[in-house]
Ligand binder design. Sequence first.
Ligand SMILES: Nc1nc2c(ncn2[C@@H]2O[C@H](COP(=O)(O)OP(=O)(O)O)[C@@H](O)[C@H]2O)c(=O)[nH]1
Ligand SMILES: [Mg+2]
Length: 302
Amino acid sequence: MAKINWFPGHMAKSLKELKKSISDCDYVIETCDARLPFSSRNPQLNKALQNKNYMLLLTKADLADPIQTVEWIDFFSQQKSDNLVSVMAINSLYNAEVNNIRKRVLADNKHIIERAKSRGRRIKPIRIMINGIPNTGKSTLINSLIGKKSAQVSNRPGVTRSLNWLRAGTEFELLDTPGILMPKLETVAEQIKLSISGAIKDDVLPLVEVACGLILILAQHYPHVLLEFYQIELNQDSDYSNWFTSYELLEKIALKLNIIKTGGVPDPERTARRLLTEYRQGKLGRLSLEFPNQTTIFPTSL
Ligand SMILES: Nc1nc2c(ncn2[C@@H]2O[C@H](COP(=O)(O)OP(=O)(O)O)[C@@H](O)[C@H]2O)c(=O)[nH]1
Ligand SMILES: [Mg+2]
Protein backbone atom coordinates (compact mmCIF):
# COMPACT_ATOMS: atom_id res chain seq x y z
CA MET A 1 0.00 0.00 0.00
CA ALA A 2 1.28 3.49 -0.76
CA LYS A 3 2.50 5.21 2.36
CA ILE A 4 0.48 8.26 3.29
CA ASN A 5 1.67 10.01 6.37
CA TRP A 6 -0.83 12.47 7.76
CA PHE A 7 1.28 13.31 10.78
CA PRO A 8 -0.83 12.11 13.71
CA GLY A 9 0.69 14.98 15.69
CA HIS A 10 -0.97 17.54 13.41
CA MET A 11 -4.28 15.72 13.68
CA ALA A 12 -4.08 15.75 17.48
CA LYS A 13 -3.23 19.47 17.41
CA SER A 14 -6.18 20.21 15.08
CA LEU A 15 -8.59 18.34 17.30
CA LYS A 16 -7.25 20.19 20.33
CA GLU A 17 -7.77 23.58 18.64
CA LEU A 18 -11.20 22.47 17.56
CA LYS A 19 -12.18 21.48 21.10
CA LYS A 20 -10.90 24.82 22.36
CA SER A 21 -13.03 26.88 19.97
CA ILE A 22 -16.15 24.71 20.03
CA SER A 23 -17.39 26.27 23.27
CA ASP A 24 -17.60 29.64 21.48
CA CYS A 25 -19.96 28.20 18.85
CA ASP A 26 -23.71 27.70 18.72
CA TYR A 27 -23.76 25.39 15.76
CA VAL A 28 -21.50 23.45 13.41
CA ILE A 29 -21.72 22.83 9.68
CA GLU A 30 -19.74 19.76 8.72
CA THR A 31 -18.91 19.73 5.02
CA CYS A 32 -18.24 16.57 3.06
CA ASP A 33 -18.04 15.90 -0.67
CA ALA A 34 -21.40 14.73 -2.07
CA ARG A 35 -19.57 12.38 -4.44
CA LEU A 36 -17.99 10.47 -1.56
CA PRO A 37 -19.79 11.44 1.62
CA PHE A 38 -18.50 8.49 3.57
CA SER A 39 -14.77 8.76 2.88
CA SER A 40 -14.66 12.55 2.95
CA ARG A 41 -15.69 12.74 6.61
CA ASN A 42 -13.39 12.56 9.58
CA PRO A 43 -14.86 10.19 12.18
CA GLN A 44 -13.06 12.04 15.00
CA LEU A 45 -14.89 15.28 14.27
CA ASN A 46 -18.23 14.23 15.67
CA LYS A 47 -16.64 13.21 18.98
CA ALA A 48 -14.93 16.58 19.28
CA LEU A 49 -18.17 18.52 18.83
CA GLN A 50 -19.27 17.96 22.41
CA ASN A 51 -22.99 17.77 21.69
CA LYS A 52 -23.21 20.95 19.64
CA ASN A 53 -25.99 20.81 17.10
CA TYR A 54 -24.65 20.29 13.64
CA MET A 55 -25.62 20.06 10.00
CA LEU A 56 -24.04 17.55 7.66
CA LEU A 57 -23.69 19.37 4.36
CA LEU A 58 -22.95 17.45 1.17
CA THR A 59 -21.10 19.98 -0.97
CA LYS A 60 -20.35 19.95 -4.71
CA ALA A 61 -23.73 18.34 -5.29
CA ASP A 62 -23.59 19.78 -8.82
CA LEU A 63 -20.83 17.25 -9.57
CA ALA A 64 -22.48 14.25 -7.87
CA ASP A 65 -25.10 11.85 -9.21
CA PRO A 66 -28.40 13.42 -8.07
CA ILE A 67 -30.01 10.02 -7.43
CA GLN A 68 -27.15 8.97 -5.18
CA THR A 69 -27.22 12.30 -3.36
CA VAL A 70 -30.89 11.79 -2.48
CA GLU A 71 -30.04 8.30 -1.24
CA TRP A 72 -27.16 9.63 0.84
CA ILE A 73 -29.40 12.25 2.42
CA ASP A 74 -31.86 9.48 3.35
CA PHE A 75 -29.02 7.35 4.65
CA PHE A 76 -27.63 10.06 6.95
CA SER A 77 -31.08 11.29 7.93
CA GLN A 78 -31.80 7.85 9.33
CA GLN A 79 -28.73 8.29 11.52
CA LYS A 80 -29.93 11.61 12.86
CA SER A 81 -29.10 11.95 16.51
CA ASP A 82 -29.68 14.60 19.11
CA ASN A 83 -26.94 16.73 17.65
CA LEU A 84 -27.08 15.83 13.94
CA VAL A 85 -30.12 18.00 13.25
CA SER A 86 -29.98 18.60 9.48
CA VAL A 87 -28.65 16.83 6.41
CA MET A 88 -28.52 18.86 3.20
CA ALA A 89 -26.78 18.98 -0.16
CA ILE A 90 -25.58 22.08 -1.94
CA ASN A 91 -23.82 23.59 -4.91
CA SER A 92 -22.06 26.43 -3.10
CA LEU A 93 -21.43 28.26 -6.34
CA TYR A 94 -25.20 28.81 -6.70
CA ASN A 95 -26.71 31.52 -4.53
CA ALA A 96 -30.25 30.21 -4.29
CA GLU A 97 -28.98 27.02 -2.69
CA VAL A 98 -26.86 28.94 -0.22
CA ASN A 99 -30.02 30.77 0.80
CA ASN A 100 -31.66 27.44 1.68
CA ILE A 101 -28.76 26.72 3.99
CA ARG A 102 -29.15 30.12 5.62
CA LYS A 103 -32.84 29.46 6.25
CA ARG A 104 -32.21 26.01 7.66
CA VAL A 105 -29.51 27.27 10.02
CA LEU A 106 -31.90 29.93 11.30
CA ALA A 107 -34.62 27.31 11.83
CA ASP A 108 -32.20 24.99 13.63
CA ASN A 109 -31.21 27.83 15.96
CA LYS A 110 -34.66 29.31 16.53
CA HIS A 111 -34.50 28.39 20.20
CA ILE A 112 -31.48 30.65 20.72
CA ILE A 113 -33.18 33.62 19.06
CA GLU A 114 -36.42 33.04 20.95
CA ARG A 115 -34.68 32.69 24.27
CA ALA A 116 -32.93 36.02 23.73
CA LYS A 117 -36.23 37.64 22.72
CA SER A 118 -38.14 36.26 25.69
CA ARG A 119 -35.50 37.62 28.06
CA GLY A 120 -35.53 40.99 26.33
CA ARG A 121 -31.93 40.58 25.28
CA ARG A 122 -30.28 41.77 22.11
CA ILE A 123 -30.30 39.04 19.45
CA LYS A 124 -26.69 38.11 18.85
CA PRO A 125 -25.44 36.56 15.61
CA ILE A 126 -25.44 32.78 15.60
CA ARG A 127 -21.87 31.57 15.79
CA ILE A 128 -21.20 28.79 13.33
CA MET A 129 -18.09 26.70 12.95
CA ILE A 130 -17.62 25.36 9.43
CA ASN A 131 -15.71 22.14 9.63
CA GLY A 132 -14.64 19.33 7.37
CA ILE A 133 -11.65 17.82 5.64
CA PRO A 134 -9.66 19.96 3.17
CA ASN A 135 -11.16 20.71 -0.24
CA THR A 136 -14.77 20.07 0.76
CA GLY A 137 -15.72 23.67 0.01
CA LYS A 138 -15.62 25.32 3.44
CA SER A 139 -14.12 28.59 2.24
CA THR A 140 -16.41 28.68 -0.79
CA LEU A 141 -19.44 28.23 1.46
CA ILE A 142 -18.22 30.95 3.81
CA ASN A 143 -17.68 33.32 0.89
CA SER A 144 -21.17 32.59 -0.41
CA LEU A 145 -22.71 33.16 3.02
CA ILE A 146 -20.93 36.45 3.61
CA GLY A 147 -21.41 37.56 0.02
CA LYS A 148 -17.87 38.74 -0.57
CA LYS A 149 -14.47 37.18 -0.89
CA SER A 150 -12.97 37.16 2.59
CA ALA A 151 -12.17 33.56 3.33
CA GLN A 152 -9.27 32.24 1.32
CA VAL A 153 -10.44 29.83 -1.35
CA SER A 154 -8.11 27.43 -3.06
CA ASN A 155 -8.34 24.09 -4.77
CA ARG A 156 -5.10 23.04 -3.15
CA PRO A 157 -5.87 20.79 -0.18
CA GLY A 158 -4.98 22.26 3.18
CA VAL A 159 -4.72 25.98 2.48
CA THR A 160 -6.91 27.36 5.27
CA ARG A 161 -4.75 27.84 8.35
CA SER A 162 -5.55 30.84 10.51
CA LEU A 163 -8.45 31.17 12.90
CA ASN A 164 -10.70 34.17 12.46
CA TRP A 165 -14.39 34.88 12.76
CA LEU A 166 -16.20 36.38 9.79
CA ARG A 167 -19.43 38.30 9.88
CA ALA A 168 -22.24 37.17 7.54
CA GLY A 169 -24.88 39.89 7.71
CA THR A 170 -26.44 40.46 11.13
CA GLU A 171 -27.47 36.84 11.44
CA PHE A 172 -24.27 34.82 11.55
CA GLU A 173 -20.66 34.77 12.52
CA LEU A 174 -18.62 32.12 10.80
CA LEU A 175 -15.44 30.33 11.75
CA ASP A 176 -13.43 28.33 9.23
CA THR A 177 -11.96 25.05 10.54
CA PRO A 178 -9.35 25.71 13.15
CA GLY A 179 -6.47 23.52 12.05
CA ILE A 180 -6.48 20.97 9.31
CA LEU A 181 -8.76 18.02 9.70
CA MET A 182 -7.61 15.09 7.62
CA PRO A 183 -9.82 12.34 6.27
CA LYS A 184 -9.42 8.84 7.56
CA LEU A 185 -7.37 6.87 5.10
CA GLU A 186 -7.64 3.31 6.18
CA THR A 187 -8.31 1.50 2.92
CA VAL A 188 -6.96 1.71 -0.61
CA ALA A 189 -10.49 2.47 -1.79
CA GLU A 190 -10.69 5.52 0.51
CA GLN A 191 -7.29 6.79 -0.60
CA ILE A 192 -8.10 6.36 -4.27
CA LYS A 193 -11.54 7.97 -4.06
CA LEU A 194 -10.18 10.96 -2.15
CA SER A 195 -7.47 11.33 -4.80
CA ILE A 196 -9.99 11.11 -7.65
CA SER A 197 -12.03 13.89 -6.03
CA GLY A 198 -8.95 16.08 -5.57
CA ALA A 199 -8.95 15.99 -1.76
CA ILE A 200 -5.54 14.32 -1.81
CA LYS A 201 -2.89 16.12 -3.87
CA ASP A 202 -2.00 14.55 -7.20
CA ASP A 203 1.62 13.94 -6.25
CA VAL A 204 0.75 11.68 -3.30
CA LEU A 205 -0.57 8.57 -5.04
CA PRO A 206 0.51 7.34 -8.49
CA LEU A 207 -1.79 9.09 -10.97
CA VAL A 208 -2.23 6.04 -13.18
CA GLU A 209 -3.54 4.00 -10.25
CA VAL A 210 -5.90 6.81 -9.29
CA ALA A 211 -7.26 6.93 -12.85
CA CYS A 212 -7.58 3.14 -12.84
CA GLY A 213 -9.62 3.50 -9.65
CA LEU A 214 -11.94 5.89 -11.46
CA ILE A 215 -12.23 3.47 -14.38
CA LEU A 216 -13.05 0.66 -11.96
CA ILE A 217 -15.89 2.72 -10.46
CA LEU A 218 -17.16 3.74 -13.90
CA ALA A 219 -17.06 0.13 -15.13
CA GLN A 220 -19.02 -1.09 -12.11
CA HIS A 221 -21.54 1.75 -11.80
CA TYR A 222 -21.56 3.88 -14.95
CA PRO A 223 -20.53 1.66 -17.92
CA HIS A 224 -22.54 3.90 -20.29
CA VAL A 225 -20.10 6.73 -19.58
CA LEU A 226 -17.16 4.67 -20.89
CA LEU A 227 -19.19 3.87 -23.98
CA GLU A 228 -20.46 7.38 -24.55
CA PHE A 229 -17.24 9.33 -23.99
CA TYR A 230 -14.55 6.84 -24.94
CA GLN A 231 -16.37 4.30 -27.17
CA ILE A 232 -15.38 1.49 -24.84
CA GLU A 233 -17.82 -1.37 -24.68
CA LEU A 234 -17.50 -3.58 -21.64
CA ASN A 235 -17.48 -7.34 -21.76
CA GLN A 236 -20.27 -8.86 -19.64
CA ASP A 237 -18.06 -11.75 -18.55
CA SER A 238 -15.05 -9.69 -17.47
CA ASP A 239 -14.17 -8.90 -13.90
CA TYR A 240 -13.88 -5.13 -13.46
CA SER A 241 -12.75 -5.19 -9.86
CA ASN A 242 -8.98 -5.34 -10.30
CA TRP A 243 -6.13 -3.12 -11.46
CA PHE A 244 -5.36 -5.35 -14.43
CA THR A 245 -8.67 -4.92 -16.28
CA SER A 246 -8.80 -1.23 -15.30
CA TYR A 247 -5.35 -0.70 -16.74
CA GLU A 248 -6.37 -2.47 -19.94
CA LEU A 249 -9.29 -0.07 -20.22
CA LEU A 250 -6.99 2.89 -19.61
CA GLU A 251 -4.84 1.74 -22.53
CA LYS A 252 -7.91 1.36 -24.72
CA ILE A 253 -9.01 4.88 -23.82
CA ALA A 254 -5.50 6.13 -24.70
CA LEU A 255 -5.76 4.58 -28.15
CA LYS A 256 -9.28 5.94 -28.74
CA LEU A 257 -8.12 9.43 -27.76
CA ASN A 258 -4.86 8.99 -29.63
CA ILE A 259 -2.84 9.74 -26.52
CA ILE A 260 0.23 7.82 -27.57
CA LYS A 261 3.97 7.88 -27.16
CA THR A 262 6.53 7.45 -29.92
CA GLY A 263 6.12 4.00 -31.41
CA GLY A 264 2.34 4.22 -31.17
CA VAL A 265 2.09 2.81 -27.66
CA PRO A 266 -0.51 4.21 -25.21
CA ASP A 267 0.67 6.95 -22.83
CA PRO A 268 -0.86 5.95 -19.48
CA GLU A 269 0.27 9.05 -17.54
CA ARG A 270 -1.24 11.57 -19.95
CA THR A 271 -4.38 9.51 -20.34
CA ALA A 272 -4.77 9.32 -16.56
CA ARG A 273 -4.41 13.08 -16.26
CA ARG A 274 -6.94 13.68 -19.03
CA LEU A 275 -9.49 11.30 -17.52
CA LEU A 276 -9.17 12.76 -14.03
CA THR A 277 -9.39 16.33 -15.29
CA GLU A 278 -12.52 15.55 -17.29
CA TYR A 279 -14.09 13.81 -14.30
CA ARG A 280 -13.25 16.62 -11.85
CA GLN A 281 -14.60 19.26 -14.21
CA GLY A 282 -17.86 17.35 -14.46
CA LYS A 283 -17.35 16.78 -18.19
CA LEU A 284 -18.24 13.09 -17.90
CA GLY A 285 -21.52 14.00 -16.22
CA ARG A 286 -22.67 14.02 -12.62
CA LEU A 287 -21.05 10.89 -11.23
CA SER A 288 -20.68 9.74 -7.64
CA LEU A 289 -17.77 7.71 -6.32
CA GLU A 290 -19.59 6.17 -3.37
CA PHE A 291 -23.01 4.58 -3.13
CA PRO A 292 -25.06 4.03 0.02
CA ASN A 293 -26.98 1.08 -1.41
CA GLN A 294 -24.53 -0.48 -3.86
CA THR A 295 -21.16 -2.09 -3.33
CA THR A 296 -18.02 -1.35 -5.30
CA ILE A 297 -15.45 -4.12 -5.42
CA PHE A 298 -11.99 -2.61 -5.02
CA PRO A 299 -8.57 -4.27 -4.87
CA THR A 300 -7.26 -4.27 -1.32
CA SER A 301 -3.75 -3.14 -2.19
CA LEU A 302 -2.10 -0.75 -4.60
N1 LIG B 1 -18.47 22.42 -8.48
C1 LIG B 1 -18.35 22.86 -7.23
N2 LIG B 1 -17.13 23.22 -6.79
C2 LIG B 1 -17.03 23.66 -5.53
C3 LIG B 1 -18.15 23.75 -4.65
N3 LIG B 1 -17.71 24.20 -3.45
C4 LIG B 1 -16.38 24.38 -3.58
N4 LIG B 1 -15.95 24.07 -4.83
C5 LIG B 1 -14.56 24.10 -5.34
O1 LIG B 1 -13.77 23.18 -4.57
C6 LIG B 1 -12.44 23.68 -4.36
C7 LIG B 1 -12.11 23.70 -2.86
O2 LIG B 1 -12.95 24.64 -2.23
P1 LIG B 1 -12.54 25.39 -0.87
O3 LIG B 1 -13.70 26.24 -0.50
O4 LIG B 1 -11.20 26.03 -1.00
O5 LIG B 1 -12.40 24.14 0.15
P2 LIG B 1 -11.87 24.10 1.66
O6 LIG B 1 -10.47 23.56 1.59
O7 LIG B 1 -12.78 23.15 2.38
O8 LIG B 1 -11.95 25.48 2.22
C8 LIG B 1 -12.40 25.05 -5.04
O9 LIG B 1 -11.84 24.88 -6.32
C9 LIG B 1 -13.88 25.45 -5.12
O10 LIG B 1 -14.15 26.31 -6.20
C10 LIG B 1 -19.44 23.36 -5.16
O11 LIG B 1 -20.47 23.36 -4.46
N5 LIG B 1 -19.46 22.92 -6.45
MG1 LIG C 1 -10.46 26.64 2.99
